[in-house]
Design a protein around this ligand. Structure first.
Ligand SMILES: [Fe+2]
Ligand SMILES: [Fe+2]
Length: 217
């Protein structure tokens, strides 16, 4: 009886902890908010790219102008996002964190992203449909995995290794160079065309970026 009660109490305690832990884990550090917000916007771009690939797979036509618009978004916004991580965020992490972190893996994935984007641009220019399709698939898989990894490790690392002051300082530096995506209006149009309503991601609130920008002045 005792052992059953004990086990039951243990199970209840574990469940109580599980209820508390996720709430605590959800606390996002300021320095990672803008980065994760960018990931949400970039994932929307990936949804459109996947939708284009799906149409090609189904033998449907896609507009070259739409692909060009989307690739320009990945070039401009994607490169800015990489810069923000490489010039501000990664150096801070490497300085503050005294454990192995996979920054070299993330950096090599940044390089791969640029290379595959160039491949897609080239396939589009030379009208090689199959190469275009295969390269978009590779880019989608690479980026989705990359963002998932960063979303999983950045908040945890910053929470454990940065003080509140360091976190605010990094958030202010990121906000100063933060850039809104160039084509938010086109996104909705492209989503209507290439992404089913069920799969559309919500646009993250822009208030967060504005708050950081105002705070950084
Ligand atoms: Fe990254
Ligand atoms: Fe990122």
């Amino acid at each position: 009886m005792f052992s059953r009660t004990y086990l039951l109490a243990g199970a209840l305690l574990t469940r109580a902890k599980l209820r508390i832990l996720p709430a605590k884990m959800e606390t996002t550090m300021k320095s990672t908010e803008l980065i994760m917000q960018d990931h949400t916007i970039l994932r929307r771009g990936m949804d459109i790219l996947d939708g284009m690939g799906k149409k090609l797979e189904d033998g449907e036509r896609i507009e070259v102008a739409d692909v060009t618009t989307l690739l320009r978004f990945f070039r401009v916004f994607g490169e800015y996002h990489q810069n923000m991580e490489e010039k501000v965020f990664f150096p801070v992490l490497l300085c503050a964190v005294s454990e192995q972190i996979p920054v070299h893996v993330l950096l090599s994935e940044h390089v791969q992203e640029l290379m595959i984007t160039a491949e897609i641009e080239e396939a589009l220019k030379s009208k090689r449909g199959m190469s275009f399709f295969q390269a978009t698939r590779r880019l989608s898989s690479l980026l989705r995995n990359h963002f998932d990894q960063e979303d999983a490790i950045f908040p945890d690392l910053t929470r454990r290794w940065l003080s509140k002051e360091q976190d605010s300082e990094v958030a202010d530096r990121l906000a100063k160079i933060h850039k809104q995506p160039e084509i938010p209006a086109n996104f909705s149009r492209l989503e209507c065309k290439y992404v089913s309503r069920r799969d559309r991601a919500p646009m993250p609130s822009q208030r967060l970026a504005r708050r950081h920008t105002v705070g950084a002045r």
